[in-house]
Each structure stands twice: as structure tokens, then as C-alpha cells.
Design a protein around this ligand. Structure first.
Ligand SMILES: Cc1cc2nc3c(=O)[nH]c(=O)nc-3n(C[C@H](O)[C@H](O)[C@H](O)COP(=O)(O)OP(=O)(O)OC[C@H]3O[C@@H](n4cnc5c(N)ncnc54)[C@H](O)[C@@H]3O)c2cc1C
Length: 429
């Protein structure tokens, strides 16, 4: 097997790995000095997942940045990183590479060009310009820490390096390169990995009647309840599918439902049962809805029950609510009783869905769990293994939708790249 020697290898040419490689090569390769730096990626091109972000527009950070947008177990670890790498500082890194931005009213920041391709491309161009080699279609299978560095075995070659930045991502969307290999590598290197589960994903539900509203989208307020206690509420467009509920507002709840199915807890608290309740008319009280329904009955006594939500809700959704209230949609409104109206209004305000299982990693945006952060120093170096740095989604850090995951991937990459370059020059660590 061919042996290829480098000073530093960045394993994974995704968001974090590319940012790390730019910083490394920019800092080390100057004044006629050149270090051998390689990015290895198993896909045929770098940043495949990065290209899919933000619906192809790449929501790369958010002006509203705080540890509370990340999982509880990482907050202490991430707080100093976020205060060092504020959104403005991350943007100034990209600005220095030649990229400008646009933001929206929710504070989400995108490249000005509106294309994720541009973000990937500017990182690749700069890595190469500063002298890093990019090797794609290199599937690393094994890593060993040896005297003076690391040995990485791929299908075709053995790579040797003095320092290693592990940036091989998580398990979400394996079709985009996320093989989950980071966790095996961490174990090979003697590190602890917390159980992993999908996050930011559609939530599979048991409700058989969902198929009747397949394809319906409704602006609403959704809440995840653990043992009937509300845990988290989001507002947004709920998408109803035959066997799951989806939409960004549901993605934000999915960490809790998946924690429940993976660990039997919600926010670390043992939980017996979870439900999702949707308020389909959040701008109105239950009494308002009842009033509207009574007025419908008075105005249209000879119309069918299935018409009672006409002008208020999507037709399929209206019929769905009637059926949940056990009303005959072909019966007539004159026969509706006060109890029926109260039931309908209550169902509109608390339309309940019952999650049935873990979301699929194939549909998830990120991985929750991963390499435990108590093993990592603030400069992203590993406490136990000298010369090893770990960044991005591989770590037990996951954020909500809105640019928080890329913010961490990029910031941790920049921090690791700079720290690794300093230690290379200083010959320490
Ligand atoms: C559809 C979608 C949309 C998203 N949108 C957003 C968004 O708008 N904003 C946001 O903040 N986050 C978003 N995310 C999340 C974001 O993409 C990730 O958090 C981020 O890419 C993680 O960066 P990373 O560098 O750690 O891992 P990755 O970007 O996944 O990079 C890891 C790299 O390692 C390579 N690799 C893996 N195993 C091996 C191996 N054995 N050998 C060699 N190479 C290997 C992979 O091919 C990959 O290129 C989205 C995710 C998805 C799936």
C-alpha cells in the first residue's frame, strides 16, 4: 500500500474541515515556508452536505447567538467559543476570503449570492491558494495514534501525519457523506462517545388519520409535551404527511422526541409518554373559535357538517377535525349541539399527534450526541491525545435550525486550524 506523508491531515472536507484547512494553510504557509497539509474526503468532491444547507442557500450563522440554542450538555463548553466567535467574527473571516452577506428579519445570515455553492467554493479556493492539497474519494477506514503522529488507512493508501484534525461530521444524511465514521475513529483513539440520535427531522407519528390530510400545510403553533407537560413550543408552518409531521417548527421539536425514543428521557428527565399538540388557529382563543362555529351553524343550518370550517381552515383539515370529533361530515349543521361545537373548537386549539419512533437519519439535518466535549480543550485539541483536534458535528454539540450548526462547525474549524498551526510552528502539543 502506498504511504503518503503529510505534516497535518484534516480528515473531512465539509464545513468545519474546510474552514480549518484555510486557517492552517494561511497561517503556516508564508514567507517561503511550506508545510504539507492535506484534506481527505471520501466523497468525489468536498462539502456535499454544505451544498445542501439552507435549501441550497446556506444559512451560515445567526445574529441571535447564545449557548441556549445548543444542547444542554454542551453549553458550558460552547459558551467561551461563542463569545470568542460571535457571528460578526465568523463573518469577518469569510469577508477576509472575499465573501459578503445578506440577513433576514430572524437574524439568519446567508452569502450575498444566495448560494451554498459559493461558500463551499470560496473555502476550497482559499485552501488551495494557501497550499493545502485536497484528496477526494479517499475513504478512511482506520486511524491509529503512533509515535510522533497518526496513521490513517484508506482503501488505497496509508496517510501519515504529525497532527490530525478530525472533521468527519456526524451521521445525518449519509447520502451526503455523513458516514458516522467519526464515532468509530474516536473509539479507535480511546475517546468516549455519547449515544447518537437524529435531530432537526420530520417526526414519525402513529395517527392513522394523518393520511387524510397528507400534503396539507398550515401555519400554527406546535408544542411538544412530555408526560402532558409542555416542554417546547414553536410557531411556523406545520406540514402534514401520511406518516409523519414536518416543517421547520417540527424540526425544532424533533430533538426532544428523538431523545425520548433513544434514551427514554426528555431534557434529561425520565419520561413515559410524549405528544405533539398543534394550535391550528393561534391568533384566536378557544372561545373565539366556538363563536365562529356557532355563527356558521346559525347562518348555514342546512349545509353539511363538513362545511363548518369553510373560510377558516383548509378543507381537508376541517373534515379531519370533524372526524376526530366523531361527527358525520355528511350530517347537517342544524343538528350540531353545543358539546359538538366545544369539541371542535378544542380540537382546533389542541390538535394532537402521537410520535411513534425515532426520526430517520436519512431525513435529519444533524446528529445529536457524539464525541463527549469534556475530552476537548477550548482550542479544540484533545485532552488525552497529543496532536489531535476534533471539530464540528462529530462532537456532542447540536443546535436548533437557523444557522447554529454551521456556526459551530465553522468556528470550531477556525479555532482548531489556528491552534494546530500555532502548535506546529511552536513545535508544542
Ligand atoms: C439538508 C441539510 C440542510 C442543512 N442546513 C443547514 C443550515 O442552513 N444552517 C446550518 O447551520 N446547518 C445546516 N445543516 C447542518 C450542517 O450541514 C452541519 O451541521 C455541518 O455540515 C457540519 O459540518 P461538519 O464539517 O462537522 O460535517 P460535514 O459537513 O458533514 O463534513 C464531514 C465530511 O467528512 C467526510 N467524511 C466522513 N467520513 C469520512 C471518511 N471515513 N473518510 C473520509 N472522509 C469522510 C464527509 O464526506 C464530509 O464531507 C443542514 C444539514 C442538512 C443535511
Amino acid at each position: 500500500m502506498e504511504i503518503i506523508k503529510y505534516d497535518i491531515v484534516v480528515l473531512g472536507g465539509g464545513a468545519g474541515g474546510l474552514a480549518a484547512a484555510v486557517c492552517l494553510s494561511k497561517k503556516l504557509n508564508k514567507n517561503g515556508i511550506k508545510y504539507k497539509i492535506a484534506i481527505l474526503d471520501k466523497e468525489d468532491k468536498c462539502g456535499r452536505k454544505l451544498l445542501a444547507t439552507g435549501n441550497g442557500k446556506c444559512n451560515l450563522t445567526n445574529y441571535n447567538m447564545s449557548p441556549e440554542y445548543y444542547n444542554r450538555s454542551c453549553r458550558e463548553f460552547i459558551a467561551p467559543i461563542l463569545s470568542k466567535y460571535k457571528p460578526e467574527k465568523l463573518m469577518s473571516f469569510f469577508l477576509s476570503l472575499g465573501m459578503i452577506f445578506r440577513s433576514d428579519s430572524a437574524g439568519r445570515v446567508y452569502p450575498y449570492s444566495g448560494t451554498a455553492f459559493d461558500v463551499m467554493n470560496i473555502l476550497v479556493l482559499n485552501s488551495q491558494a494557501y497550499g493545502a492539497d485536497i484528496h477526494c474519494s479517499v475513504n478512511v477506514r482506520q486511524i491509529e495514534q503512533v509515535r510522533g503522529g497518526f496513521k490513517l488507512i484508506s482503501d488505497t493508501a496509508e496517510y501519515q501525519c504529525k497532527k490530525l484534525i478530525l472533521a468527519a461530521g456526524g451521521k445525518a444524511q449519509p447520502n451526503l457523506g455523513s458516514s458516522g465514521a467519526s464515532y468509530s475513529f474516536a473509539k479507535m483513539l480511546g475517546l468516549d462517545v455519547s449515544p447518537v440520535f437524529p435531530s432537526l427531522a420530520p417526526i414519525p407519528c402513529k395517527d392513522k388519520d394523518l393520511s387524510a390530510v397528507k400534503g396539507v400545510r398550515v401555519p400554527c403553533r406546535v408544542t411538544l409535551n412530555a408526560d402532558n407537560v409542555p416542554v417546547h413550543t414553536e410557531t411556523g408552518e406545520l406540514q402534514l404527511n401520511a406518516d409523519n409531521v414536518s416543517g421547520i417548527c417540527v424540526f425544532q421539536l424533533s430533538r426532544y422526541s428523538n431523545e425520548f425514543f433513544a434514551l427514554g428521557t426528555v431534557n434529561g428527565v425520565k419520561t413515559e409518554k410524549i405528544t405533539i399538540t398543534a394550535d391550528l388557529m393561534p391568533e384566536y382563543t378557544c372561545a373565539d373559535v366556538e363563536k365562529m362555529l356557532f355563527s356558521k351553524c346559525r347562518k348555514y343550518p342546512d349545509q353539511k357538517n363538513g362545511e363548518i370550517f369553510t373560510g377558516m381552515l383548509n378543507r381537508k383539515l376541517g373534515e379531519f377535525i370533524c372526524k376526530r370529533a366523531e361527527l358525520d361530515i355528511n350530517g347537517y349543521m342544524y343538528s350540531l349541539m353545543q358539546d359538538d361545537i366545544e369539541t371542535l373548537a378544542r380540537l382546533v386549539k389542541t390538535c394532537t399527534f402521537t410520535p411513534k419512533s425515532l426520526s430517520s437519519f436519512n431525513a435529519a439535518q444533524v446528529t445529536a450526541g457524539g464525541i463527549s466535549v469534556d475530552q476537548i480543550n477550548p482550542d479544540m485539541s484533545c485532552k488525552k491525545n497529543s496532536g489531535l483536534y476534533m471539530i464540528g458535528e462529530a462532537l456532542d454539540v447540536d443546535g436548533v435550525c437557523g444557522g447554529y450548526n454551521l456556526h459551530f462547525a465553522f468556528s470550531s474549524g477556525i479555532i482548531a486550524g489556528n491552534a494546530c498551526a500555532d502548535s506546529m510552528r511552536g513545535g508544542v502539543k
